[in-house]
Design a protein around this ligand. Structure first.
Ligand code: C2O
Ligand code: CU
Ligand code: CU
Length: 502
């Protein structure tokens, strides 16, 4: 395909495959119209690119299993520079897994073994793949302590335990570079399917993977600013499966199952389908005990996931949009976060077939029992004068992350109560590797609130002025990270290591 065809193909198409891209660039390089247009755009500061909207919602590309052995999923994920076409006439250099951003969706089944070879083809940057939320051994979890050098390969191998079904994701986790590699495009969905799915197949199963893109007038992704360092990098375009406000068409009275992934660096997504009511059926760590009906909006902090069923009873249009949420913003330039249209659902007049009801119970969720240890983690924000001006620091218990320091020593199998205290000015979504936890209660100004349903989670928002208490147990030994999942805060120190002893 020559460059002209690519240009005509237009609209937010992700140009997959770095080899194809490289060829295209060769053909198209000297004196092509597209390039000139790009230069003209640069000369007009403030004219930010508009992204075409309204294309049919695409399914995320899937990572193919090359294993012939049953019960084994085997594949390669290559992190590499790629080129995407988000806006007409503008090439954007991104980072992709196998040339794609979002990366290919990995679909595996509980009980299966997984062997994924990671090929780091980023130029001059180390990376890792972290399997966010998936129960994997510590030395397979892509921690910053286990970097994969540029040009090197490593194979991650783990077995998915029984009853580990859930909506997880994967992203890089190298020291100091996670935030940048993620906003440049490296993140993908990791679905663990149950052997027997309690949700009727008629509801479908659609992943909606949210990322947040900032494009300069010339189509490049600009470097992060001081405001990004403070607040986390918020983009200009929230994309769903890499698309701006795509369209999904459903029959009248349809019930649809959506898996929502907040894979943005720092955007809080308070989501609503408007008139169409939602039923929550799952969180970070898989299904709830029982479905929670009649929900109008849900808040997904960075890294959180949720599974919902949406009922589309009214013919016409139902829009998935954001509602206002004040997550605390430092300085000027608070981005508009309300009324962003993320997905347009066209509900036709023709009714669909019948939708069997949801089962009453989805699965049991065990209590963790009585904790034998309690720990306290206090978030802090600091501002100091450094060589290059004001420098923000983000701290847990007064210290900044140090890869060579163990902050907490724990024991495998031990039930612990963790109290996460946020006296700071911004919300901080707290995440722990290696396990799922249960939220026990939230305290604000002396008032304690219990969660309205029992759930397994690996990330919980700790709003400013709030204390959140969680119960957890690490079953596998080894060092595990815990951190704020605003990735710029993680980068600037808001992370620690819990070393789990056998
Ligand atoms: Cu989503 Cu430490 O990770
Ligand atoms: Cu994680
Ligand atoms: Cu934070």
């Amino acid at each position: 395909m020559n460059r002209r065809n690519f240009l005509l193909a237009g609209a937010a198409t992700l140009l997959a495959g770095s080899r194809a891209m490289a060829e295209m660039k060769m053909d198209g390089m000297p004196g092509m119209g597209g390039m000139d247009a790009g230069h003209d755009m640069t000369a007009m500061p403030g004219r930010l690119p508009t992204l075409p909207a309204g294309a049919p919602l695409r399914d995320l590309p899937r990572l193919a299993n090359r294993s012939v052995e049953s019960g084994l999923f085997e594949a390669t994920l290559t992190a590499e520079p790629a080129t995407a076409r988000f806006a007409k006439g503008l090439d954007t250099r991104i980072l992709g897994y196998n040339g794609e951003s979002p990366g290919p969706l990995i679909e595996v089944t509980e009980g299966e073994r997984v062997r994924i070879t990671f090929a780091n083809r980023l130029s001059g940057e180390q990376s890792t793949i972290h399997w966010h939320g998936v129960p994997v051994p510590a030395d397979q979890d892509g921690n910053p302590m286990d970097p994969v050098a540029a040009g090197a390969d490593r194979t991650y191998a783990f077995e998915l335990p029984e009853r580990s079904a859930g909506s997880y994701w994967y992203h890089p986790h190298p020291h100091g570079k996670t935030a940048e590699q993620v906003y440049r495009g490296l993140a993908g969905a990791f679905l663990v399917k149950p052997k027997i799915d309690p949700i009727p197949a008629a509801y479908g199963d659609t992943a909606l993977f949210f990322t947040d893109l900032r494009l300069a007038a010339d189509g490049k992704m600009p470097e992060s600013t001081m405001a990004d360092a403070m607040n986390g990098r918020v983009g200009d375009h929230v994309l769903v499966n890499g698309q701006k406000n795509p369209v999904l068409t459903v029959p009248a009275h349809a019930r649809r199952r959506f898996r929502l992934f907040n894979a943005t660096n720092a955007r809080f997504l308070r989501l609503s389908f408007g008139e169409a009511p939602m039923t929550i059926i799952g969180t970070d760590g898989g299904p709830l005990e029982t479905a929670v009906l009649g929900i109008r909006d849900v808040l997904l902090a960075p890294a959180e996931r949720m599974e919902v069923i949406v009922a589309f009873d009214k013919p016409g249009t139902a829009t998935l949009r954001t509602l206002a949420y004040d997550r605390g913003w430092m300085g000027a330039g608070r981005p508009n976060d309300a009324d962003l249209k993320l997905l347009t659902v066209k509900v036709s007049k023709t009714p669909a077939g019948s939708f069997p009801p949801l089962p009453v119970t989805l699965r049991p969720i065990a209590d963790l029992g009585t904790p034998s240890v309690s720990r306290r983690f206090v978030f802090g924000e600091s501002m100091t004068m450094g060589a290059s001006g004001m420098e923000m620091g983000f701290l847990i218990n007064g210290v900044s992350f140090d890869m060579n320091r163990v902050d907490v020593v724990s024991k495998a199998g031990q039930v612990e109560l963790w109290e996460i205290v946020n006296p700071a000015d911004m919300d901080h979504p707290f995440h722990v590797h290696g396990t799922q936890f249960q939220v026990v209660e939230t305290e604000r100004a002396g008032k304690v609130a219990k969660p309205s349903y029992k759930a397994w989670k690996d990330t919980v928002n700790v709003a400013r002025g709030e204390t959140v208490r969680i119960m957890l147990r690490q079953d596998r030994p080894g060092p595990r990270m815990y951190h704020c999942h605003i990735l710029e805060h993680e980068k600037l120190g808001m992370m620690g290591i819990v070393d789990v002893k056998a």
